[in-house]
Ligand binder design. Structure first.
Ligand code: SF4
Length: 664
């Protein structure tokens, strides 16, 4: 690994994060109102024996005059069909309704949440099996099934009712959680977590669950209200637990025993309003919790870009000096071949790519979109999206082939040996975890012997090194500007002092000034840490600015590779010539830009032979018939074009497309 830099102490922020959740929740007045409503209902339920004027379970003798008495001092909410005190029953009924609602919702959350998480995260056969199981219950109407099951129950105790309601209410939760997790597992911060060496249980616990939790909580709120309504419905139709008093049972007795005809509104309205009270309270509470748990919902704002505090050293000259004394490859890629599954069979996205990366050098991987650059970069770390497979070749790092490593061995190498700066930092950082925690996480995963306090110190030092004020370690990604987020990603990539950093379009979507700062930072860090850096980009200006060598890719293959200055001065492959011809040159403002005709080949319609044939102005008979190998042009400079074959001369064949090109 590269030399460890001097790092400065700082404080951990886990407690601070919890404190922020609390303060965010306390500031939400609607949420506080909901919490107060639920707390009042809970206090009433718990203190029922002390606050109820009468014991509704006590057997008393009543007369006809006691039935449906209007509210009075003795009975503030009147009496019901049995002469019982409505207020007392309302207070005791809160116990049943709340217990049913919360316990049934908890059962649904555990069952549905677990099934949804497993089905969404692992997918495949397990996911399909779990979803068919869910669908089986989902197609049967809940209420009808609930009534049938409860009707055949011999023992309609409250416990059994809760179990039935809870076990029938999980299907929606499972479906929602699965769809949320399906989306989350494709997010870059999950790929990033996998890249830093995290296993599935860790990723689920720390990256999937926190983001799925707001949805689960919001859905649980709904399930609480549905469970209360389900119990009320069962009680209303006479299928409740006859031994307990609930709000549903009060409504059942009122409707069934003449409260409407007796105009005894006091027997109907209080239990109805009580149900509304609890349902409304839980809804407000759940919404506020969702907002507090997901800081993106709290605010959106732009911030001005912070100037970097890192090195302002010049790029290419210094970098070249660092690269000059570092000849041994730190990474050797040989014949890397990657395919994606498709209904029509495997599609080859990367075909026999080979290159070396030396310590201290920045290697540009360039080409148009769809040429296999990012797939190659992700393939090096075996972080391909679902359906992608490395089917051939080797990637040698530290004497070992990354492509044949066991999962545990690979997890250990990821981030400590090779790390990655993903394109679009907002997607690569978990939005519900602060930036400092996400950097500390990588350190702690690879160096568990380090205390959290030391990891936090190192994190703050890394942030300072990339130009972010260390005190901002406790802030969330959405509070950072685009440039600062990308700086944070670079700090994250350096967390474990890797030998190789792969930067995948690190400046995409950033303005020109910020791009320059980020590139300068990457180059100075490469020089300082002696890392090998692979820079994936479609921007030749970026390559010219920071790279010492370049690999030009087309159609998943290497078209040309060599020293940047040589290739920019004397490009040998027609594709490289076309790329440079389409690139503006401020020193030659009169030169017309030449757009490359056509577009890169689709994976399911790759041309035979040389893949550039349909767009090449020099293509001749041999081009669509054979695949050109990489011919040596001079030293390390190689290009895959028959025009460079020893036996061929430029223009030796008849161009198949008349050598067309177009002026832009
Ligand atoms: S001349 Fe032939 S081999 Fe060379 S780039 Fe054009 S199509 Fe490919």
């Amino acid at each position: 690994m590269a030399a460890t830099s001097q790092l400065i102490p700082a404080a951990p922020s886990a407690l601070a994060a919890r404190g922020r959740f609390g303060s965010a929740f306390l500031r939400n007045r609607v949420g506080m109102a909901g919490a107060v409503m639920i707390v009042i209902a809970a206090i009433v339920a718990v203190t029922a024996p002390f606050v109820a004027p009468y014991d509704p379970y006590e057997r008393v003798t009543v007369t006809i005059d006691d039935i449906y008495q209007a509210p009075s001092a003795a009975h503030p909410l009147g009496t019901d069909d049995g002469g019982g005190d409505v207020l007392s029953k309302l207070i005791y009924g809160a116990r049943v309704s709340l217990v049913v609602g919360f316990v049934a919702a908890f059962i649904s959350l555990i069952v549905g949440g677990t099934i949804g998480l497993l089905a969404g995260y692992f997918g495949g056969r397990l996911g399909a099996l779990l979803m068919r199981f869910t669908d089986f219950f989902l197609v049967i109407p809940d209420l009808a099934l609930l009534i049938v099951i409860v009707a055949v129950l011999r023992d309609r105790s409250l416990f059994n009712l809760i179990l039935v309601i809870g076990l029938l209410g999980w299907t929606t939760t499972a479906r929602l959680v699965r769809s949320q997790v399906l989306s989350l597992r494709e997010r870059k911060f999950v790929t990033r977590a996998r890249a830093i060496g995290a296993g599935d249980p860790y990723i689920i616990r720390h990256h999937i669950l926190p983001l799925a939790l707001p949805l689960m909580l919001a859905n649980t709120v709904l399930v609480i209200s549905l469970a209360i309504l389900a119990e009320s419905t069962l009680a209303f139709i006479g299928l409740g637990d006859p031994t307990v008093i609930s709000w549903g049972q009060m409504l059942n007795f009122a409707f069934g025993r003449g409260a409407v005809s007796a105009n005894a509104w006091w027997a109907l309205l209080p239990p109805g309003l009580a149900i509304v009270w609890v349902v409304l309270g839980t809804t407000l509470l759940g919404t506020a919790m969702e907002e507090a748990l997901n800081p993106r919902l709290r605010r959106h704002h732009l911030e001005t870009e912070e100037r970097p505090g890192g090195s302002r050293a010049s790029l290419l000259p210094g970098f070249a000096a660092a690269a000059a004394g570092a000849d041994a490859p730190v990474l050797s890629v040989r014949d890397l071949t990657i395919e994606f599954d498709s209904p029509a069979g495997p599609l080859r996205a990367v075909d026999g790519v080979s290159f070396d990366l030396r310590r201290g050098e920045t290697l540009g991987l360039v080409g148009e979109s769809g040429c296999g650059k990012t797939t190659t970069a992700l393939g090096l770390l075996r972080l391909l999206p679902p359906g992608g497979h490395v089917v051939g070749g080797s990637v040698l790092y530290d004497g070992r082939d990354l492509m044949t490593m066991e999962s545990d061995e690979l997890r250990a190498v990821r981030w400590s040996g090779l790390s990655i700066v993903f394109q679009g930092a907002m997607n690569a950082l978990n939005p519900v975890r602060n930036v400092g925690d996400q950097i500390s996480e990588a350190i702690l995963l690879h160096q568990p012997e380090i205390s959290r306090r030391d990891a936090a110190r190192r994190t703050r030092a890394l942030l300072a090194r990339v130009g972010i004020t260390a005190s901002r370690a406790g802030e969330y990604p959405h509070t950072f500007s685009g440039g600062m987020r990308q700086r944070a990603m670079i700090a994250l990539a350096l967390a474990c002092n890797p030998d190789v950093v792969i930067a995948d379009e690190p400046t995409t979507a950033l303005d020109v000034m910020i791009q320059a700062q980020i590139l300068e930072l990457l180059a100075s860090l490469s020089r300082e840490f002696g890392m090998g850096t692979i820079l994936v980009t479609h921007d030749l200006g970026v390559v010219a600015q920071v790279c010492s060598r370049v690999v030009v890719m087309y159609g998943g293959r290497v078209a040309e590779q060599g020293d940047v200055r040589t290739i920019f001065a004397e490009p040998s492959h027609p594709y490289t010539q076309a790329l440079l011809g389409a690139f503006p040159n401020v020193g030659d403002a009169d030169r017309a830009l030449r757009a490359i005709p056509g577009s890169p080949p689709r994976l399911d319609a790759l041309p035979t032979g040389c893949r550039f044939t349909p767009r090449c102005p020099y293509a001749f008979e041999r081009c669509p018939a054979e695949i050109p190998e990489l011919y040596v042009v001079d030293g390390d400079h190689r290009a895959a074009c028959f025009l460079l074959a020893p036996a061929a001369g430029i223009g030796s064949g008849t161009p198949t497309n008349g050598g067309r090109g177009s002026d832009a």
